[in-house]
Ligand binder design. Structure first.
Ligand code: G3P
Length: 496
């Protein structure tokens, strides 16, 4: 159970503690932040409302701990990460339980998230050992006008303090996808979890604590974004920010200083369906892509652009599958569970009502109970409807009928977002041309969009983000290149 067994020390009465200087602490604010269970809409957990002074303290510790961590051999850093991964996986049950209660993620998927996170940490440790264990050696005489008098040695060095801000939908996985690359590369790490997802993150951080990382190297600050959000992101000690979430990321990037940013800010992933597509395959992928975790994924299929000639058949197939989706509590592994908050449910409802007023065809009756919204497929959506462009982050999927491939590509490219997209066709040549024409960070051919496997590059164009994620790219983003040049008095050619 969450907060029990090895996790007892992270709880102070009914409020979870924050993690600073290698210890679990109660904030001097005397205040807490409530975490509302999306299913029951009642307070499930409470976390500390940390103060700006506590942020300052954590930053100070992070700066000094990083100096010695950077001098810790790479193999030792990797060993500790492997240990943390093992502890995390051993304790998947209580962590998954808090995911179920805080973010209403179905129980099975919650366990998958924790296991996937352990695997990511281990993969990152191995990848770090490989890519950080080698540098480059350049010779000057390849550039015009130079003799071989300069030997240039390059290696990758840490940035310093990395601030990680994961989102509510993958609080554990998208936290470790930032923590593990930062640590293996020799950085220290300050984590600011989302309010919903904070308790899962605190449990995950305790696994790193138990693995024996040095004091102050990892910290976890909880509290209200309105009180400590800007203070954290604009803190002079921060040398890199890795953020996943909504358009808050755009304001963070405007305020952040001259530091590397890794931002993933959502998408409106299009699914383009051509006339020759395998419609059963498309229908299964629309269900998986559009309705997994009730559509609360950046990479969810968020608009279907289907050729008119096959649209009726596809819509019928998807409708039949939607009818089979189970709706209810995450504890019972229902496919569709409550969305994360009442304001999110209200936003989704606003998009649905706009589509209704403007004449979309409802393939199911619109139904809502509290934060629970039944899955809904909207056919005959037109570009003047908000749902054609905005991301509901819920179980509502619009279908736009198109008369040409160009129309589909144009719709996809007119979006402010450019995370992923997918195209279904049996013609690989056409698929490649469409992929090249789509202005998105990734295009999936004959499958729904997805970030994983976690070592694949993951990036968005336009308002979908800055920088690229995936294990290798994250390690590289959290390092800087350092060079040392050996200058010789006379040219030297080996074996010359
Ligand atoms: O919404 C976060 C985004 O990273 C999605 O990940 O694994 O569901 O494709 P995934």
């Amino acid at each position: 159970m969450a907060g029990t067994g090895i996790f007892t020390e992270i709880l102070d009465g009914e409020v979870y503690k924050y993690y600073s200087d290698g210890e679990w602490k109660t904030s001097s604010s005397g205040k807490s932040v409530a975490i509302v269970n999306p299913t029951t809409r009642k307070t499930q957990y409470k976390v500390q409302a940390c103060t700006q002074e506590e942020v300052n303290k954590v930053m100070e510790m992070a700066k000094s701990a990083q100096k010695s961590w950077a001098k810790t051999p790479l193999w030792k850093r990797a060993e500790l990460l492997h240990k943390a991964a093992a502890i995390l996986k051993e304790n998947k049950a209580p962590i998954a339980e808090s995911l179920v209660k805080e973010i209403a993620k179905p129980a099975k998927d919650s366990v998958t998230e924790v296991v996937r996170s352990g695997d990511l940490i281990s993969y990152c440790a191995e990848e770090g050992v490989r890519i950080l264990g080698e540098g480059k050696f350049l010779l000057s005489d390849s550039f015009p006008g130079n003799e071989r008098t300069k030997y240039c040695l390059t290696s990758k060095i840490p940035l310093g303090v990395v601030l990680a801000i994961p989102p509510f939908n993958y609080p554990v996985n998208l936290a470790v996808s930032k923590i593990a690359p930062a640590l293996i590369a020799g950085n220290s790490l300050v984590l600011k979890p989302p309010t919903q997802g904070a308790v899962s993150c605190l449990h995950m951080v305790h696994c790193f604590h138990l693995a024996g990382f040095p004091k102050g190297l990892i910290s976890c600050i909880t509290g209200k974004g309105s009180e400590i959000g800007d203070f954290l992101t604009m803190h002079p000690a921060v040398n890199c920010i890795s953020f996943t979430g909504g358009d808050t990321g755009i304001s963070i990037s405007k305020k952040a200083g001259m530091i590397p940013l890794q931002m993933e800010l959502g998408g409106k992933d299009a699914c383009i369906v051509l006339e020759d597509a395998d419609l059963d395959l498309v229908a299964s992928n629309i269900i998986k892509g559009g309705f997994s975790y009730s559509g609360q994924r950046c990479t969810a299929v968020k608009v279907v652009l289907v050729m008119e000639s096959v649209a009726d058949e596809l819509v019928e197939k998807v409708k039949a599958k939607v009818a089979k989706l189970t709706v209810g509590p995450p504890e019972e592994n229902c496919d569709i569970t409550a969305v994360v908050s009442e304001s999110s449910a209200n936003f989704i409802e606003g998009l649905v009502m706009d589509a209704k007023e403007k004449g979309a065809t409802f393939c199911q009756e619109y139904k809502r109970d509290g934060n629970l919204i039944w899955p809904l497929l909207l056919d005959n959506v037109r570009p003047d409807m908000r749902i054609a462009w905005e991301e509901p982050f819920g179980p509502v999927l619009p279908v736009l009928r198109i008369n040409s491939v160009e129309e589909g590509i144009n719709h996809c490219n007119a979006s402010n977002f450019g995370l992923q997209g997918c195209v279904f066709t049996k013609d690989i040549n056409k698929a490649m041309l469409i992929s090249d024409a789509m202005e998105t960070g990734t295009v999936q051919i004959n499958s729904a969009p997805a970030r994983g496997p976690d070592h694949f590059p993951f990036q968005g164009l336009k308002d979908s983000g800055i920088g690229s994620q995936g294990v290798t790219n994250s390690i590289n983003l959290m390092t800087k290149v350092k060079t040392t040049v050996i200058n010789l008095p006379t040219p030297s050619y080996s074996m010359g």
